[in-house]
Design a protein. Sequence first.
Length: 271
Amino acid sequence: MTDPLHQELLALAREAAYKAGALLRDGRPADLAVAATKSSPIDVVTEMDIAAEKLITDLISEQRPDDGFLGEEGASVTGTSGVRWVIDPLDGTVNYLYGLPTWSVSIAAELDGETVAGVVAVPMRGETFHAVLGGGAWATGAWEGERRLSCRPAAPLEQALVSTGFNYVTEVRAHQADVAQKLIPLLRDIRRGGSAAVDLCDVAAGRLDGYYERGLNPWDLAAGDLIAREAGALTGGRPGERPARDLAIAGTPGVFEPLQRLLEDFGAWHD
């Protein structure tokens, strides 16, 4: 039996994610990718990003005026209720710009510093992932009703399909490419999806065996991390640490620890 407050927060997050996802999907100009090298489409994406965050914070504030916020587009309110919303209104901005389907709206609710509810909506895939602490992870999509999520059975690392992401800073990207080059011979293969929130949910859904990335912010992973853990995956950062900007890792129980050891050996967290 999950906490009624957690369920209330989840319901609000789902409503906000659905409406923000619809705004982004329906408000995207059809020709946005045509001029992808010019400044104008970037400006449009930024405007959509800010509009989606405002929609989310306005909707939540109307129902819970004492809550705090931390958002990618600048929402920063301390709040007095003990609840803080961690929001990425558009995770996968480059995918959105180019018309690729892997972008998402990510909303998590923290209570006294612990994530208790999370939603990741992926409008172009017609899927929404959600979880509350202790209540399992669930998804809606092309199938009928809600489906309970479970990460893949443990597989040896050499049979693992692992996703990652790359930083926008050239020097950091070069180092990340070096780490990926060392990992590839030791895995089944590597994927690069472009949305950390979606990658974490794909681990939860059994579509990936593992995921790792350096340089994530709290809003990139708050909801997806909870969803992955509630589906039975293990998550963390460097050994003994929680997922953080230095390094975030998620994986099936059989993949997580050997992947974490390799990433530590390869210095995946280094500048």
